[in-house]
Design a protein around this ligand. Structure first.
Ligand code: 5SP
Length: 219
């Protein structure tokens, strides 16, 4: 059974809590929270204050995706705000091993995100240190971009690598995920599906989530 993680980047920020409640009631598993700094990616979004404001109103797993330079500086603020899972980009971490340990020491689950051009080998010597790999299926920064099919072999390679490492690691995909791409990523090995525009831009987010689950079963 796949997990669905609606990305609030595509929510209506003027009605954020309403949108979060809607996807929670519709059976979402994670709430994907995109944090962007205008440096690592050309967009600026959400900080710990927004996470803290939402936390008392939701029981969803808060899946915080840090698309920021120097992510170590913000691990503690986001954990304090209520993040359950913190994902950092391998491309932004000089000492990825240290950063992953730091997330876990502070009480979070640790994830590593890989840009489309980054290979899975950065994870090879870190078995047991991460709980999730986030395969970016678009270049990070904006919602509504087209899925990059060249990322599919990487999902397969990661699934094999993670199987060899042992342990319980989720493969999450993010970018251009919707009913037409879900069967491809699920077949390749993805278990957590982030979707922004496919859910929040749909006339009814609950129907959109159901359609994504049905597409996953086809995969
Ligand atoms: O991290 C990002 C974009 O950088 C994503 O989480 C987007 O929010 C996905 O949006 P869609 O491609 O699903 O519209």
């Amino acid at each position: 059974m796949v997990k669905i993680a609606p990305s609030i980047l595509s929510a209506d920020f003027a009605r954020l809590l309403e949108d979060v409640r809607r996807v929670e009631e519709a059976g979402a598993d994670y709430l994907h929270i995109d944090v962007m700094d205008g440096h690592f990616v050309p967009n600026i979004t959400i900080g710990p204050a927004v996470v803290a404001a939402l936390r008392p109103h939701s029981r969803l797993v808060f899946d915080v995706h840090l698309m920021i330079e120097e992510p170590d500086r913000y691990i503690d603020p986001f954990i304090q705000a209520g993040a359950d899972l913190i994902t950092v980009h391998a491309e932004t971490c000089r000492h990825l091993h240290r950063t992953l340990n730091c997330i876990r020491e502070k009480g979070g689950r640790a994830g590593v995100a890989l840009n489309p051009a980054t290979g899975p080998e950065v994870l090879q010597y870190l078995p047991g240190l991460f709980d999730l790999v986030l395969v970016m299926t678009v270049n990070p920064g904006f919602g509504g971009q087209a899925f990059i099919p060249q990322t599919l072999p990487k999902i397969k390679d990661l699934q094999r690598m993670i199987g060899e490492m042992g342990g319980n690691v989720e493969i999450e995909v993010d970018g251009g995920i919707g009913p037409s791409t879900v069967p491809l990523v699920v077949q390749a090995g993805a278990g957590v599906l982030v979707a922004g525009s496919a859910i929040f831009n749909a006339p009814d987010p609950a129907t959109a989530i159901r359609e994504i689950r049905e597409a996953a079963q086809r995969g």
